[in-house]
Write a protein that binds this ligand. Structure first.
Ligand SMILES: Nc1ncnc2c1ncn2[C@@H]1O[C@H](COP(=O)(O)OP(=O)(O)OP(=O)(O)O)[C@@H](O)[C@H]1O
Length: 331
């Protein structure tokens, strides 16, 4: 399930200097700072491309995903999907935008309304988006067949608690696909599933991505598996993208000290080391209420250059062709 055809078209999603900050208030009205969950993120995704956003817990991956889905209002910056700017949309246009961006959540059971059967779960988005009744049954059956829940009749009347975790996630994927999105965002789509079904679900997503020429953005904390489903990787740290490269290039020649530390913590041929607990990487991710100034990684960085890394924010360097890293080491 290797992504051998990374792109098939032009730009599907363009994100420019995106910021999503959450205002913190004391007693409901006094300003008490803000959480800078996404802080100055820019990238472009091509039509038909599968990418991964990787980073430790709390680095802003889910906030980025939810902002792209139109669920959080950006504090600044631009999101343009298929030529339409998200910030300028409201009402019917925002509804159309949301239909173009599918969402697969981490926890399938939590994502499915427990009081609805599979037919209603899949019919709801079709109703909301005005798909005529006569078309709905056919589209529901096609979506179930696409996620390999067949024959459809065996599943339509089932409620989420009657399905296994893998089947629930297939229903979540079918729901994300039923409106024929052009972009699919999968936020840790297998982390809550049994190890035995993880590969099946990743393979399913990969097949659907190729068949539909979908743009697929995987959000994950697990750098060890990205080779299997993404052609390009973005590494996030404390609300920013610190490194971006084609997947093999990034894993074989990581340039940013943060990515190097993440990978060093994975590659471990010595079985003795499995017994030792090792922080990934050493130190704690910073608070996003008062993040470190300049390079946000500098307090944890083994190459920290005082007077530079803690004073000026590193720009985007290109230390190797097509390989970007925001680190002063590449000056
Ligand atoms: N609605 C919110 N209000 C205030 N702070 C929030 C909100 N949502 C997220 N945050 C904060 O924003 C930061 C980034 O959270 P986010 O969930 O985006 O990170 P993540 O990388 O997806 O982590 P995880 O993998 O644990 O979900 C965290 O400090 C989190 O507490």
């Amino acid at each position: 399930m290797r992504p051998d055809t990374p792109t098939t078209g032009g730009v599907r999603l363009a994100v420019q200097e995106l910021r999503t900050h959450f205002e913190l208030r004391r007693w409901g009205f006094l300003r008490a700072g803000s959480v800078q969950a996404v802080d100055g993120v820019s990238f472009e995704l091509a039509a038909g491309e599968a990418v991964a956003f990787v980073g430790e817990s709390g680095c802003g991956k889910s906030t980025l995903a939810r902002t792209l889905l139109g669920l959080h209002r950006p504090s600044a910056g631009q999101v343009v999907c298929d030529g339409e700017a998200l910030g300028s949309l409201s009402g019917a246009a925002l509804k159309r935008y949301r239909a173009r961006v599918g969402y697969v959540q981490q926890d399938p059971y939590g994502a499915l309304p427990p009081f609805m059967d599979v037919r209603r779960i899949l019919e709801e988005p079709l109703k909301v988006h005005g798909v005529p009744r006569a078309e709905r049954a056919e589209r529901i059956a096609a979506a179930l067949a696409e996620v390999r829940l067949a024959p459809a009749a065996d599943y339509l009347g089932k409620f989420p608690h009657m399905l296994s975790g893998g089947q629930q996630q297939r229903v979540v994927i079918a729901r994300a696909l039923v409106l024929a999105p052009s972009l699919l965002i999968a936020d840790e789509p297998v982390s809550m599933l049994d190890a035995s079904v993880r590969v099946e679900i990743l393979e399913l997503l990969h097949r659907i991505q190729r068949e539909r020429e979908l743009t697929l953005a995987f959000i994950t904390h697990d750098l060890s598996t990205v080779r299997h489903y993404a052609s390009r990787v973005f590494v996030m740290y404390a609300g920013r993208i610190v490194e971006e490269a084609p997947v093999d290039e990034l894993i074989d020649r990581p340039q940013h000290p943060y990515t190097q530390a993440l990978l060093a913590a994975l590659a471990d041929p010595d079985p003795e080391n499995a017994r030792r607990e090792r922080p990934i990487p050493a130190g704690e991710p910073p608070s996003l209420i008062a993040p470190p100034v300049a390079c946000r990684f500098h307090p944890r960085c083994p190459h920290h250059m005082p007077g530079l890394c803690d004073v000026d924010t590193p720009p985007d360097f290109e230390p190797r062709p097509g390989h970007h890293s925001a680190c002063w080491l590449h000056r």
